[in-house]
Write a protein that binds this ligand. Structure first.
Ligand code: HPA
Length: 277
């Protein structure tokens, strides 16, 4: 987000651009993580808008992240899908502030976040999908640090039910084999050391990754419900003999992409039917 620009002005400007190009009034926002971008191809009646055209949207710099907003219908539900995110390790903790707040401003009631993650739990091996039920923020920062705009959200938002229990239940009803667990957010960009992986396991985390949590904080702050799924791509460093690399993450994410797409489509259909929103 450019400095010196009023965030509310950027949000309003991005919304005007979007609403000038589509009639879709989205009810669910979706953020696609590393290697999970294929979901965008399942969206119908799509209007695509590049982040380049949207005020305050980041320019994702990491391979596997496209930088495209897709507005359309998924299993009949009007959605706004952010294909590509900026990470805190790219240099700006609040890089996703405008996109997440734009989802709210467009009328979304909830956001479905996704990411690739490393497993910290032997019972959740690579290749599985894990719904996130809570988190440990180990990033040492928050996108909400700094002056608060009370018109956007409260100074001290609650995270008591950060991951909406009804929406978690809805995810589980769509995929009985879905794992569940606690996600530790790691600043990165370096992967963890084996000692750090041991620490996160002792603290009770089931998976570790470098995203999602800043978006959870932004979403809860502005009143969006949150549900999230991690695609487990590897074991944490030191838990297996396999080296952990970004390329390997993308390869395994591609392998679980079909199951992820089916889960989100089924969730969208169930979300449209249910009155949990
Ligand atoms: N650590 C941090 N981020 C990740 C990992 C990991 O092991 N796998 C995918 N994203």
């Amino acid at each position: 987000m450019p400095k010196n620009k009023d965030p509310k002005a950027l949000i309003a400007q991005a919304c005007r651009t979007i609403q000038g190009q589509t009639e879709i009034a989205p009810r669910l926002g979706i953020v696609l993580g590393s290697g999970l971008g294929a979901l965008a191809e399942r969206i119908e009646n799509t209007q695509r808008i590049s982040y380049d055209q949207l005020a305050g949207f980041p320019r994702p710099g990491v391979s596997g992240h496209a930088g495209m907003l897709h507005l359309g219908t998924l299993a009949g539900l009007p959605v706004a899908c952010l294909q590509g995110r900026a990470h805190v390790y790219e240099g700006h903790a609040a890089a996703m502030a405008v996109p997440i707040r734009v989802l709210r401003q467009l009328g979304c009631r909830a956001v479905y976040l996704s990411c690739a993650a490393g497993s910290l739990n032997q019972k959740i091996p690579p290749g599985h999908l894990m719904t996130i039920t809570d988190h440990l923020n180990m990033m040492g920062t928050s996108p909400l640090v700094g002056a608060n705009d009370d018109a956007i959200g409260p100074r001290f938002p609650s995270l008591a039910d950060a991951y909406d229990p009804d929406l978690t239940a809805l995810q589980k009803s769509c995929l009985p084999t879905l794992q569940q667990g606690i996600y530790a957010a790691w600043l990165g960009p370096a992967f963890e050391t084996p000692a750090e992986v041991r620490m996160l396991r002792i603290l009770g985390a089931d998976a570790v990754g470098m995203s999602v949590v800043p978006e959870v904080l932004l979403a809860r702050h502005c009143g969006l419900k949150v549900t999230a799924t991690a695609g487990i791509t590897n074991y944490g460093v030191g838990m297996s003999d396999d080296p952990v690399t970004h390329e390997q993450t993308l390869t395994v994410a591609a392998q679980l992409s079909d199951r992820f797409c089916q889960l989100v489509s089924d969730f969208a259909a169930a979300f449209a039917r249910k009155s949990v929103n």
